[in-house]
Design a protein around this ligand. Structure first.
Ligand code: HMG
Length: 384
């Protein structure tokens, strides 16, 4: 029987970055709190001509440059920072990338968990249509109010994945565990550009859903913790993965140390929270920084506030190392423009009115930009 999973993966982030040391100094906080207490050193900050669509298009374009578009039957766009209440962000990406018309395009939402819905939906659909391919894109910008407890956990990134039969990177195993509970730990009302969070409740909701989804995973025939070699967690800040891992090891009776998490932090530590993209940025970081993963089993804990957790596993395909491409994201991270605190505040306070005609300032060097609003409709352009 064919296996299904992730055949290729790419990332993209924002033009700007803010050092958390600068944020700590401006807020009168010990920088060690952000670096050690949260496990974060920088965060992505979008330029005025960037949004979830432009980052998604950039990540997907990098991937499609290698794979081409043949056989792609669906584009599933996972986001909680959608740009329209009706039109899918995926439809803008479809247009920007010039994808074929004979495909399904839709947007999926459930906080940071939506990317996993897209991945699992893609796999289910491939069982019926194994020769098809699905382009799954997760793209988010995490925004909290200025000077709030969530402020140092902002960030942004997009991940694009090609999901196919007989994938070249990671085969996703069939066993999965779920845990849903209606909790007001984190949400963003329709009229707000920033999320509202009950920080303490969000930590317990994350851990409760981890325990619940792990138990369901085991009840559904999932592997013993000793059979899992690497552990990926949703990383709102990288320290959260450590908290989750400690709790899981204690709960599942294993003896797995935290060193198996380290390489998965490489990107998220400097991207910040990218909501739905976060766990898949962690996957890319793992694949990019370890070269002996062939045959190893990876545990995935995907969490989305509100709340749901899903635990599932995948195995790394022998030969995967020939199909990972570290250069695009590492160049992008190395060339992000650092901004100071004042520019960060200025960008944060700028919210475009939706009903007007407006041109955005030309800043990003990414191949796609949000060029403004005309007749109430968002406009995008490809620049490279
Ligand atoms: P806080 O109250 O500012 O921080 O909020 P704290 O006082 O709890 O300190 C944080 C850590 O820093 C602690 O470590 C301190 O000890 C340490 P811990 O005890 O937890 O291990 N610390 C220091 N360490 C070194 N040197 C120092 C120092 N001072 C303190 N000088 C909070 C923290 C996470 C609540 C806040 O950042 C927040 O509200 N973040 C947003 C919510 C969030 O990320 N929640 C995570 C779970 S929910 C989730 O993941 C879903 C989400 O991604 C959304 C979605 O699903 O769409 C958010």
């Amino acid at each position: 029987m064919a296996s299904f999973g992730i055949d290729d993966i790419e990332l993209a982030t924002t033009h700007y970055a803010l050092d958390l040391e600068a944020l700590a100094n401006a807020r009168g906080v010990d920088p060690a709190k952000f670096e050690l207490g949260l496990g974060q050193t920088r965060m992505g900050v979008p330029a005025p001509d960037e949004d979830a669509v432009t980052m998604a298009a950039t990540a997907a374009a990098r991937l499609l440059e290698r794979t081409g578009t043949e056989g792609i039957r669906q584009l599933l766009f996972a986001t909680e920072t959608g740009v329209d209440q009706s039109k899918s962000g995926g439809m803008f990406v479809h247009g920007l990338l010039g994808l074929p018309s004979n495909m399904r395009v839709a947007e999926i939402k459930q906080a940071c968990y939506a990317g996993t819905v897209a991945l699992q939906t893609a796999i289910s659909s491939l069982v019926r249509e194994p020769d098809a391919k699905v382009l799954v894109v997760m793209s988010d910008i995490a925004r909290y109010e200025l000077d709030s407890s969530g402020e140092p956990t902002q960030g942004a990134a997009a991940v694009a994945m090609l999901v196919t039969a007989n994938p070249r990177l990671v085969e996703i195993e069939a066993e999965t565990g779920m845990y849903s509970a209606d909790v007001n730990d984190f949400w963003r009302p329709n009229d707000s550009t920033t999320a509202i969070v009950d920080g303490a409740l969000s930590l317990t909701a994350y851990l409760d859903a981890l325990m619940g989804s792990w138990d369901d995973y085991r009840a559904n025939g999932g592997h013993d913790i000793a059979e899992i070699d690497r552990f990926l967690y949703h990383q709102p800040f990288t320290k959260m993965a450590r908290k989750g891992h400690r709790k899981l090891v204690q709960h599942a009776g294993g003896e797995v140390g935290e060193e198996v998490l380290e390489s998965s932090f490489t990107y998220n530590r400097v991207l910040g929270n990218s909501y739905g993209a976060s766990i898949y940025s962690a996957l890319a970081a793992l694949l990019h920084h370890e070269d002996d993963l062939a045959g190893k089993r990876i545990g995935f804990y995907s969490y989305g506030s509100g709340s749901i957790g899903e635990y599932f596993t995948g195995t790394v395909v022998p030969g995967y190392a020939e199909h990972v491409h570290v250069e695009p994201i590492q160049t992008e991270l190395a060339t992000r423009e650092s901004i100071d605190f004042d520019r960060y505040v200025e960008l944060h306070e700028t919210v475009l009115p939706s009903g007007t005609d407006v041109e955005t300032e030309r800043v990003t060097t990414a191949p796609f930009r949000f060029s403004g609003i005309r007749g109430g409709a968002r406009q995008y352009e490809r620049t490279a």
